[in-house]
Design a protein around this ligand. Structure first.
Ligand SMILES: Cc1ncc(COP(=O)(O)O)c(C=O)c1O
Length: 447
């Protein structure tokens, strides 16, 4: 079926993949167009997770393709240490304006992980620049995913991503509890009503460590990778108030939520909470060329602008920061997301996804359903003694039936491209239903 042989698959040690299982049963994609991938055996599958939460325009969007092709023939690389190219500056201004923060600054990086580590460095260096060098501790949250850099895994809260690296993690972090409590918020549509008080745990950590030692709190406004954990109503507002009370910076990691996933430009807009720093990547340029960044409050940036003007103010950056191809793809993507109305379309599709997903309640194996914006997840009953296997079984059935979604642990997530139609979204959820029923029947668990 696949033309690629086992030997050809051997050399690439794949990221976040069960390599032996995969290479035994390879799932190879040949091409992508619009909301569909075509596998190497010719089957078309609906891209139910927008790549990895990163391709809201679908694949090979003609406007983006043309922009990148033009760019590579004009300026394929430009050093951004001591030099620059105009489109990177206009992109930074465009992103700040899209966020409704025209005076703020954008620091470009190449991935979400780099964005997180950069934001952590900015937070600590900012306090130091202001004469509060003891503020170095960063508070993350259980179940958080902030990428795989040493900073990101330290403030992250996914045990499997941390357990092999305890000696490498940065000291001086702590974690808020996660906000998911199935007994009190199971099957919530959108934001759960229960749980705002969980933000008060930050007060407890401030008492424990003292505010004078805390630089920042970092949270994903909606936790995506761990399975669409939606913040309780009022929770993020409360975190903001506590941070303000103690001079602690609030970082929103919007690598998944940025650029429209919740139907607003950023989750900060959706929740009406203004973070001091905001990390982004993925959808900023439809993931066509790696790009990420940190949106930085003007007041934070300005604190660095001391000393002689010929001196470098922040000793940090990457060879590919502001890469011309990534920037060209981002301008073209923002033309579609913002100018072309695709963020509004995501908002309009969100209720379709919500209603279709919650109709799965009562389907065999389903133990919870969550959603926000154009993102949703279900949890399934585990195979006894084999954690994670059930979700793989359901995932495989969906793929065989023309739907690509994402599994992690006992969770299956859907986050379709914004170009999807309501018919395609309902049909994707129907595929998931059939897969659940068939998987349960095979396991002898059908009602
Ligand atoms: C919230 C969040 N932060 C950071 C990252 C890491 O991004 P990358 O894989 O581009 O390094 C991710 C990736 O999914 C993410 O969801």
């Amino acid at each position: 079926m696949n033309s690629t042989t086992g030997d050809e698959l051997k050399s690439w040690w794949m990221p976040f993949t069960h390599n032996r299982y995969f290479k035994d049963q390879p799932r190879l994609i040949a091409s992508g167009a619009g909301a569909y991938y075509t596998l190497v055996d010719g089957r078309r599958v609906f891209d139910g997770l927008s790549g990895l939460w990163c391709s809201p325009l679908g694949h090979s969007h003609p406007h983006v393709v043309a922009a990148v092709q033009r760019q590579v023939a004009t300026l394929d690389f430009c050093p951004s240490f001591q030099m620059g190219h105009p489109a990177a500056f206009s992109l930074a201004r465009r992103i700040a304006r899209l966020a409704g923060r025209p005076d703020d600054r954008v620091f470009f990086v190449n991935s979400g992980s780099e964005a997180v580590d950069t934001a952590m460095k900015i937070a600590v260096a900012y306090h130091r620049a202001r004469g509060e060098a003891s503020r170095t501790r960063i508070i993350g949250r259980e179940r958080a995913y902030h990428g795989v850099g040493m900073g990101g895994i330290s403030v992250g809260g996914i045990p499997a991503n941390r357990k092999m690296f305890s000696s490498l993690m940065i000291p001086g972090v702590d974690h808020l509890p996660h906000t998911w409590d199935p007994a009190r918020m199971g099957y919530s549509r959108g934001q759960p009503d229960w749980g705002a008080h969980l933000a008060d745990e930050l007060e407890r950590l401030v008492t424990l460590h003292d505010a004078s030692n805390i630089a920042a709190v970092i949270v994903e406004p909606m936790q995506g990778s761990t399975g669409v954990l939606v913040p309780p109503r009022g929770y993020l507002q409360r975190l903001r108030q506590i941070c303000d009370r103690h001079g602690i910076l609030l970082i929103f990691d919007e690598v998944i939520t940025g650029f429209g996933r919740l139907g607003t430009a950023f989750a900060a807009d959706y929740f009406g909470v203004r973070p001091d720093l905001l990390t982004f990547a993925k959808a900023v340029n439809n993931a066509v060329v790696p790009l990420g960044g940190v949106l930085v409050a003007a007041s934070i940036h300005d604190a660095f602008m001391a000393g002689p003007a010929h001196m470098i103010e922040f000793f940090h950056g990457y060879t590919y920061s502001g890469h011309p191809l990534a920037v060209a793809a981002a301008h073209a993507t923002l033309d579609e997301l913002d100018g072309g109305g695709l963020i509004r379309r995501a908002a309009a599709l969100a209720p379709v996804l919500e209603s279709a997903m919650h109709d799965l309640r009562g389907t065999p194996l389903v133990t919870d359903i969550r959603n926000l914006g154009l993102a949703a997840a279900i949890d399934v009953t585990p195979v006894p003694g084999q954690p994670g296997l059930r979700a793989i079984q359901v995932f495989q059935r969906c793929l065989d039936d023309g739907l690509l979604l994402r599994f992690t642990g006992e969770t299956l997530a859907l986050a379709p491209p914004f170009i999807a139609t309501d018919v395609e979204i309902r049909s994707a959820v129907d595929t998931l239903r059939r897969a659940l029923v068939a998987t349960a029947a095979q396991a002898g668990q059908a009602p």
